[in-house]
Design a protein around this ligand. Structure first.
Ligand code: TMP
Length: 207
């Protein structure tokens, strides 16, 4: 049985990843792949409950609590969903994964980078996505888009400097792992973004 591919989507709120998640599973299915679409935080019964707590505007969580809860949810997600699906030869498309913890809890909230590195290695060993599509937009564009679209959750309420640090941290991850992390310019027309995503998926996962 050939192990499936693990694809993650990342980007600050408002970068457009949700729009592209609507067609990527069909695009892969059309190439004969069985796709398991999932998300973080979430993806399991426990993870979805933790998600509700973590996104609740009325919660005030310490950044370390937040990081530990993200990794607790992730451990369950890996055990119950991601690893079994990959082992069964299915491909997993995950809306956010560990890069988001580096970006938000380290970059945004200021936890030392090395602490996230330690948690990452504890919880997932050497497992990394085969491909990460990072949708990049400047923080002011992300913020304007989320404000226009919905009532902001706890993270979306953060200010511009928080999101500038989130973006910087995604770039740092991309510099550290350039083979898997592909930067997609999320400011250009939707059709162009889609074309670029298709090209990255084909060249990284089908060749
Ligand atoms: P979503 O709106 O893309 O579903 O993501 C939910 C929020 O959770 C988003 O604002 C980013 C945040 N988040 C973290 O802060 N750390 C993490 O590790 C993950 C996976 C998400």
């Amino acid at each position: 049985m050939t192990r499936g591919k693990f694809i993650t989507l990342e980007g600050m709120d408002g970068a457009g990843k949700s729009t592209h998640l609507t067609w990527i599973p069909d695009f892969l299915a059309a190439r004969g792949v069985t796709v398991r679409l999932t998300r973080e935080p979430g993806g399991t019964a426990l993870g979805e409950r933790l998600r509700e707590l973590m996104l609740d505007k009325n919660q005030k969580l310490h950044a370390e609590t937040e990081a530990l809860l993200m990794f607790a949810a992730r451990r369950e997600h890996l055990d119950k969903v991601i690893l079994p699906a990959l082992d069964a030869g299915n491909w997993v498309v995950c809306d956010r994964f560990t890069d988001a913890t580096f970006a938000y809890q380290s970059g945004g909230s200021g936890l030392p980078w090395e602490r996230i590195v330690a948690l990452e290695s504890w919880v997932q060993g050497s497992l990394q996505p085969d491909l990460t599509l990072y949708f990049d937009v400047p923080s002011e564009i992300g913020k304007a888009r989320t404000q226009a679209a919905r009532e902001p959750d706890r993270f979306e309420q953060e200010g511009r400097s928080f999101f500038d640090r989130v973006r910087e941290s995604y770039f740092r991850r991309a510099r550290e792992m350039p083979h898997r992390m592909q930067i997609i310019d999320g400011t250009v027309a939707l059709d162009h973004v889609k074309q670029s995503v298709e090209n990255k998926i084909i060249s990284n996962c089908f060749k």
